[in-house]
Design a protein around this ligand. Structure first.
Ligand SMILES: *Cc1c(COP(=O)(O)O)cnc(C)c1O
Length: 379
């Protein structure tokens, strides 16, 4: 059975993780580790399907977390690997627990560092770092730009308290989103210009996420060059913590056409929702791809695809097809492993999609199924 038929045989709505594509991504990331000695961490914010963590742990060095739950998940499920955490602010009770889960804890401000310093320094086995804001980002969408004016993320040079660095062994920046190694190269210049003088005294630097390493046109050799240059110049260990790149193009969302209607344009109602199952479509916004479709008007039959929710704007987009759509047809959205399962919700009583794994041998395995209780239990 070819992949398309295997996917269309599944009940909908379902996310399907593609083991083969995931492994291909992991091989690239593992290559970067081998060529540089850097450590690659999975940013769980993008992909937390922990049933795949044992596989992921065969290729990269660990996980990074944005708070207590992700830190615990990484600690529990990624085997004996590194667990880093960065949060804009820690709560006292969470911090105690994090000390038992993490090997690297990164603070967002000197006030947080000073608040937790005494406790932190009782744990020589843990490394502590600071997130800096190099005030340089090429991200054009403000919602994803940690350097916009007034951003709460990271310490700017003018707020950097250089006499408070005792106990700090690393710096962290995260200023990229879906970008190439050329952006990293320019970002590093900004980082060095402002914070280079502190780097000489650090043990490590973390380049954050947003590196689109597994996109076909990404310049992996330039990334390797950047990492090795910084590593050699400052004698530091380098970490990168991609989210997207780990599971880029490694999943689908399968949906069924429930009804076809008309209002100036042909409309197809499907059993998935942008608001519930792919919120980035509305947040970013972006237009996900569907196998066998084109932009509106390119192929003979164009439809506006919408959800069975009551939100008027719960529209996925306009797509054209070679044949008219019929009730019962199954559609396959691509690149649905990242920022999808982790963000989904049951707004309007929408069911959560099941999660399947398409294995290397072509068979599918149900990883997780949801029902009414998952909706009810949260309220
Ligand atoms: C979101 C985030 C990442 C991962 O970003 P991707 O764009 O998914 O690679 C890494 N580090 C931090 C601090 C983040 O906020």
């Amino acid at each position: 059975m070819d992949i398309k038929n295997a996917l269309k045989a599944l009940p909908t709505p379902s996310y399907v993780i593609d083991e083969t594509a995931l492994i291909k991504n992991l091989e690239t990331l593992s290559y970067v580790e081998k060529q540089t000695g850097c450590h690659v961490l999975l940013a769980q914010k993008a992909f937390s399907a922990y049933r795949l963590y044992p596989l992921i742990s065969e290729y990269i060095s660990g996980t990074t977390a944005s708070g207590i739950f992700e830190a615990r998940l990484g600690h529990e499920e990624m085997g004996n690997k590194q667990v880093h955490v960065f949060s804009p602010a820690y709560k006292d009770q969470d911090f105690d627990e994090l000390l038992g889960l993490c090997d690297h804890i990164i603070f967002n401000s000197f006030s947080q560092w000073k608040h937790f310093r005494t406790k932190a320094l009782e744990h020589p086995e843990i490394e502590f770092g600071l997130r800096i804001n190099p005030e340089y980002s090429e991200i054009e969408t403000d919602i994803y730009n940690p350097c916009f004016t007034g951003s709460r993320l990271g310490i700017t040079l003018s707020n950097f308290e250089e006499h408070e660095l005792e106990g700090i062994s690393g710096l962290h920046f995260h200023t990229m989103c879906e970008q190439g190694a050329d952006t990293l190269e320019r970002t590093l210049e900004a980082v060095e210009q402002r914070f280079g003088k502190y780097l000489y005294n650090m043990k490590w630097i973390n380049f954050g996420g947003g590196h689109h390493i597994t996109r076909p046109d990404y310049d992996v050799e330039l990334l390797i060059k950047c990492i090795n240059r910084i590593k050699d110049k400052y004698d530091v260990q380098v970490y990168i913590e991609p989210g997207e790149a780990i599971a880029l193009n490694a999943g689908w969302l399968i949906t069924t056409v429930l009804d076809i209607t008309k209002n100036g344009i042909d409309i197809a109602i499907v059993d998935t929702s942008a608001a519930c199952h792919m919120p980035d479509v509305l947040e970013m916004p972006y237009r996900p791809m569907i196998v066998g479709s084109e932009k509106p008007g390119v192929l003979p039959f164009t439809y506006k695809l919408g959800a069975p929710t009551c939100l008027a704007g719960d529209v996925i987009g306009d797509y054209s097809f070679n044949k008219p759509l019929s009730v019962g047809d199954k559609l396959i959205f691509t690149d649905m492993a990242i920022y999808s399962m982790v963000k989904n919700n049951t707004f309007n009583g929408m069911p959560l999609p099941s999660i399947y794994l398409l294995k290397q041998d072509g068979s599918t395995e149900l990883l997780k199924e949801f029902g009414y209780e998952d909706f009810k239990s949260r309220l």
